[in-house]
Design a protein around this ligand. Structure first.
Ligand code: DAH
Length: 348
């Protein structure tokens, strides 16, 4: 009998209860009038008198243990239910929390669009170094030795002594993407038809309208019989694809050391539609690119025969095109990484 009591007290000690139903099962098994403990009390009368005292004490201990356990289980269950009812009910129809993935930078969006437009008409994408020698950035492009663009005002020099093929021998951060024109023409045979997006640097004080680092896309087409008409056709096509329907385009005579003839390309202002505003300085037109027929001397500088091959080139600023497309009026926004700015381009 004492062993039985011991076994049942073990069972009670190890018992766990997690719900109201399990609590009720515990009560029925150990405490109720038909439970084990009551049954054992009934068996007490059959216990030999000399053991009765010890068994009685054991049974009383068991009864108390069952009662204590029952009370502590009841409290636990009550606490569990209270915390569950204080939580608001789970609403499975609520939308999920927004998943904050990053967005594409506006300059990336515009660069990709430019690439897409030119790839469709047969241009491939080329790349070149940002740290460049004076020769590729200036010399081969016909910039005279004393040209103001080489001035410390505009150019970040990296190493004044490192060697280059000709020219002053300076290493610098490229001031435009036109350096890649030279590298392509040096290493490839015509036909060459490439665009070259990339980052460029100029020694400017950072403000809303100027930055020391920005992006350009250069384009070049060199082959037999390439004429000014091909330049115009190509850029008309680009403007038609890139900007609003009805956008006007004009070629304005200009000068670049590496093209002859040269033209700057203006489009009707995307902000005011050509009626005049701050962006177009009330002229109705905004400049988007420089262009021209590649100077025969530049072609010859790269080891290609300018008698046989001609071509055009153009260069445009990605920030400028992004400004016109998305009305971004402060260049600093592009590099500040303010998510309030960047989030506006979600899903564009
Ligand atoms: N490199 C010139 C600049 O940064 C832009 C340019 C003008 C590029 C005429 C060209 C070009 O390829 O033909 O202002």
């Amino acid at each position: 009998m004492l062993e039985k009591i011991e076994a049942i007290s073990q069972e009670i000690s190890q018992y766990t209860v997690l719900s109201k139903e399990q609590l009720e099962q515990f009560r029925l098994r150990f405490i109720s009038r038909k439970g084990i403990v009551t049954e054992l009390f009934e068996e007490l009368k059959d216990v030999p008198p000399d053991q009765r005292r010890a068994v009685g004490q054991g049974l009383n201990g068991l009864k108390n243990l069952a009662q204590e356990r029952f009370e502590s289980f009841s409290q636990q269950i009550e606490a569990l239910q209270e915390s569950a009812s204080s939580r608001p009910p789970l609403d499975l129809t609520l939308p999920t929390l927004p998943n904050l993935t990053g967005t594409q930078h506006p300059l990336s969006l515009v660069r990709q669009r430019i690439i897409q437009i030119f790839e469709r008409i047969g241009f491939n994408v080329a790349d070149g170094p940002e740290i460049e020698s004076d020769w590729y950035n200036f010399g081969a492009l016909n910039f005279p030795e004393n040209h103001p663009a080489r001035d410390m005002q505009d150019t970040f020099f990296v190493d004044k002594t490192a060697g280059s093929r000709t020219g002053s021998g300076d290493m610098l951060l490229r001031t435009h993407t036109s350096n890649v024109q030279i590298r392509l023409m040096e290493h490839q045979k015509p036909p060459i038809r490439s665009i070259m997006p990339g980052r460029v640097y100029r020694n400017e004080t950072i403000s809303a309208r100027a930055h020391c680092m920005f992006h350009q896309v250069e384009g070049i087409y060199i082959d037999r019989n390439v004429g000014f008409k091909d330049l115009k056709d190509t850029l008309y096509h680009f403007v038609k694809e890139m900007f609003e329907p009805g956008t006007q385009i004009r070629f304005r005579p200009s000068y670049f050391p590496f093209t002859e003839p040269s033209a700057e390309i203006d489009i009707s202002c995307q902000i005011c539609g050509g009626t005049g505003c701050n962006i177009c300085k009330h002229s109705g037109w905004v400049e988007i690119a420089g262009s021209g027929m590649v100077d025969p001397q530049v072609i010859a500088n790269c080891g290609i025969d300018p008698e046989e091959f001609t071509g055009f080139a153009f260069g445009m600023g990605i920030e400028r095109i992004t400004q016109l497309k998305y009305v971004v009026n402060d260049l600093r926004l592009y590099t500040e990484n303010d998510v309030r700015f960047l989030r506006q381009f979600e899903g564009v």
